[in-house]
Design a protein. Structure first.
Ligand SMILES: [Fe+2]
Length: 291
């Protein structure tokens, strides 16, 4: 397994076939993911079955709200594509725009997302990642302190309403997506990282008494977080398997010429823990535990 770190966050992985990894190989990949937070494994050749089997090793797979884009016979795979077959889109052509963390609107949001590219456009359609922990650590100590106790409302229904091209939600979809509240500063459960857990105002709302103030503060934090110094841009190749930790990274899709090029990507989301708030750096237990 050759691991080549990116400049800011993440790493490229070559020399493995994730469909035939043994336990030691998977453990090494999992360690690399914890260390680098984002991995691009090149030159994979997967079936829906081997893709799902690989993802399941990280934990239970959460099914996406939009069941119309589940792969036929394999609901664990959510299809992102502009391809139309027999008059029917095989996937969601406009998925993932705007900075976000996956399935943030669930009480147990995604820990790890895995994307697998079957077809990609020769230009455009990059995925951008922002290291929300690196961005958080770059704030002043006073600023970090002031953010630690804040919570954020995450609403799938607001998100859906902001995307008028989607068909109306079914009663079952509505029932599955009550609003949830998560800490603004989210702590990784396994490593010493905490970062801003945020998204666009369209569906993610910092909770402050004054809404205008909340929106302005959220927009300032987002603008800070997605600066180039905290960002990595993944340029896709067919056969790329890209996986990342959603606890302290945010990401966004970017545009491509949908009329001209085909794009076909599979996605699966591994369910994570209920988000943990920031460490209380002043507590005795924390000091003892981390000394
Ligand atoms: Fe996403």
């Amino acid at each position: 397994m050759q691991i080549t770190p990116n400049e800011v966050v993440g790493a490229n992985v070559d020399g493995i076939d994730v469909a035939t990894l043994d336990d030691a190989g998977f453990a090494a990949l999992e360690r690399a993911l914890l260390q680098h937070q984002l991995l691009a494994v090149h030159d994979q050749c997967l079936t829906p079955e081997s893709f799902i089997a690989f993802v399941r090793q990280f934990g239970p797979i959460d099914l996406h709200v939009l069941d119309q884009y589940w792969m036929d016979g394999h609901p664990e795979v959510y299809v992102i594509s502009n391809i139309v077959e027999n008059g029917r889109p095989i996937g969601n052509a406009r998925e993932g725009f705007g900075w976000h963390s996956d399935l943030n609107y669930f009480s147990n949001p995604t820990a790890v997302t895995v994307l697998y590219a079957l077809e990609v456009p020769p230009e455009g359609g990059d995925t951008m990642f922002a290291d929300a922990a690196l961005a958080y650590s770059a704030l002043t100590a006073e600023h970090r302190e002031s953010l630690r106790k804040l919570t954020v409302r995450h609403s799938y229904q607001l998100l859906h309403a902001s995307r008028p091209w989607l068909k109306l939600m079914t009663p079952a979809q509505v029932a599955r997506t009550p609003d949830v509240f998560h800490p603004l500063v989210r702590r990784h459960p396994a490593i010493d990282r905490e970062g801003l857990y945020l998204g666009d105002w369209a569906s993610v709302r910092l909770q402050l008494p004054d809404e205008a103030e909340a929106r302005a503060a959220q927009e300032r934090l987002l603008a800070h977080m997605v600066q180039p110094e905290f960002r990595h841009v993944h340029r896709w190749r067919a056969g790329d398997l890209v996986l990342w930790d959603n606890r302290t990274l945010m990401h966004t899709a970017t545009e491509y010429d949908r009329e001209r090029y085909r794009r076909h990507i599979w996605r699966s989301s591994v369910r994570g823990e209920v988000p943990l708030g920031a460490f209380d750096r002043s507590s005795a237990i924390d000091v003892a535990g981390r000394a």
